[in-house]
Design a protein around this ligand. Structure first.
Ligand code: GSH
Length: 217
């Protein structure tokens, strides 16, 4: 039975999982969730994710939420097919992948997501962007990207000289961020820029990027 992914192609967290499924070449069905009418806050969806958020993955009798936990599951379950995203046969490299997955989740995401929300998502929902929030997070993001610049001057990708989930997890928010007036934060750092060009030109992303027009998420 094919995996079922509940979500939307423009949602950052759904896209994170979609990219992983495409990297692994796994069959799946994308089940749209009508977040605009609040379907994700109704009991049928809350029974899949009590926090009322997309995405959710169903694999037979297993139901998962949290996009990064879902990608980790997919990468492990299908470790023999497609791109090895977790370095499953090398404990040291696997540990480094986990380190940089944490960095994305704890340092990068917390800086970049408020910028994308304030500049892109909020205005779509009729909310005026709060420039103070944007400015504070641009400063935070710049400091994180300074660390990335230094790391990426030593290794081609974040966890080492191999592409992994650590890189993949950055894709959705960076994609939207690069459409903002502050893309120079990436472009002015040569190693970060080269890394982003490499990461964003992968076939798995090219398959989903056309549907990433931000309406929600
Ligand atoms: N940490 C969660 C994950 O990575 O899956 C965040 C999930 C999340 O924020 N989902 C957004 C959502 O459902 C879409 S990207 N937003 C609607 C809402 O929170 O009501």
């Amino acid at each position: 039975m094919a995996l079922k992914l509940y979500g939307l192609p423009m949602s950052t967290c759904t896209t994170r999982v979609l990219a992983c499924l495409h990297e692994k070449g796994v069959d799946f069905e994308l089940v749209p969730v009508d977040v605009f009418s609040g379907e994700h806050k109704q009991p049928p969806f809350l029974s899949k994710n009590p926090f009322g958020q997309i995405p959710v993955l169903e694999d037979g009798d297993l139901t998962l939420f949290e996009s990064r936990a879902i990608t980790a599951y997919v990468a492990e379950k299908f470790k023999e097919t497609g791109t090895d995203l977790i370095k499953h046969n090398n404990p040291k490299e696997a540990a480094l992948v986990k380190v940089w997955m944490e960095v994305e989740s704890q340092n990068f995401n917390s800086a970049i997501s408020p910028i994308v929300f304030e500049h892109i998502v909020g205005p779509i929902m009729g909310k005026t962007a709060d420039q103070a929030v944007i400015d504070a997070n641009l400063e935070k993001l710049g400091k994180v990207l300074d660390v990335y610049e230094s790391k990426l001057s030593i290794t081609k990708y974040l966890a080492g000289d191999f592409y992994s989930l650590a890189d993949l997890h950055h894709f959705p928010y960076t994609h939207y961020f690069m459409t903002t007036p502050w893309a120079s934060l990436v472009n002015d750092r040569p190693h970060v820029k080269a890394w982003w060009e490499d990461v964003s030109s992968r076939p798995a992303f090219k398959k989903i990027v056309g549907a990433m027009t931000f309406g929600e998420g």
